[in-house]
Ligand binder design. Sequence first.
Ligand code: CA
Length: 447
Amino acid sequence: MSSSLPGLDVTHDPRLRSWVASAGDASGFPLQNLPFGIVAARRGDTGAGEPHGAVRIGDEVLDLRRLAASGLLQGPALAAAEAAGAGTLNAFFELGAGPRRALRAALHGLLVEGAAHQAAVAPFLTPAASVENLLPASIGDYTDFYVGIHHAVNVGAIFRPDNPLLPNYKWVPIGYHGRASSVTVSGTPFRRPNGQLKMPDGGEPVFAPTRRLDFELELGVWLGPSTRLGESVAIDQAEDHVAGLCLLNDWSARDVQAWEYQPLGPFLAKNFATTVSPWVVTPEALAPYRVAMCRPEGDPAPLPYLDSAQHRAAGGIDIELDVLLSTAKMRNAGEAPLLVSRSSTRHMYWSIAQMVTHHTSNGCDLRAGDLLGSGTLSAPGPGGLGSLLEITRGGTEPFGLPNGQTRTFLQDGDEVTLRARARRDGAATIGFGECAAIVQPATHRST
Ligand code: CA
């Protein structure tokens, strides 16, 4: 049972259930998960209510603002609930692991079957369907990495068949600074971007809607507490600055990318929209799913600042990742979305801790509410590819949908949904909720 696994406490015990009836293992949000987010009541014509922090349990959300005012919490758990009750989770992320763990333990005690305070807590629950999810934090900076080695090899092979993986890949966690302003929460539609496209005929570029709109299956990392400017975070302390995880779709315009990316890397091809799932799944909830961070035989060891015995033993994480596609025609016909890919965070060549340590290795500071993307996480074989660029081999091999439609890249009206779960024998199944958005037509403008 969970109590026999090192580092796990009663909040992981899979035998314990919540008195919230919908919080079974199949919900993805059992008692052992307890992810944090920002919600606002839906009020029809009068608009949304005031944003506030909440915890997801089954099909319900627990209002942390009201819980903090209830007198049911004390000490660090109360401080954490007060911080998390605000309109963003930035102050909560700044508090770090101690108060977050205290609040998790207190929430577990209030929501477990047989809890003494069930009658007092029940009024703070609202159906998840009656609230709107908002971005969990005000994002100061967003950095996107490239830690999915199979994606790096697959994409490299399209452009450089003889030399797919560049020589720096196994030494340095590659990343670029993305754009925080265009990160939106799941369910927010976005427009197909216009951009400069270079046609294959070799003529002059045109300014037009992208013809090669793609998704990227990524893990998102919410950061906090902040680090100091000039401070480098050691590998064994790196996860002290991780507030939680989410799913992230780095929408990409491949034709814009191909024309603009040299010599400085991605710019407008990737900053028009990034979608994240609304619930921040905590490191505590994911503790049972840690795995070794092993490199294949013959690969170089990471440089010492990116390596430690503790990190090798448990620096990895095992989360199953899905991509689903649904076209407007499929939704109109009531057809289920098609699973186009199933991958895993096991395919990260660089870990979350290595991303944090490398990012601060030059003294660059990270602030609470900053967001990291992992980069596209493709599995090695077909069926596990995390972008259409890979699935259709650069747009050369269209694939068919059950209703007879075909796709190379995304069409207007297409909806891409990312889902994820962590599961293993002897532990509860932890879900992430959905990271979904629908492609809207471009705004047409003259060139
Ligand atoms: Ca990316």
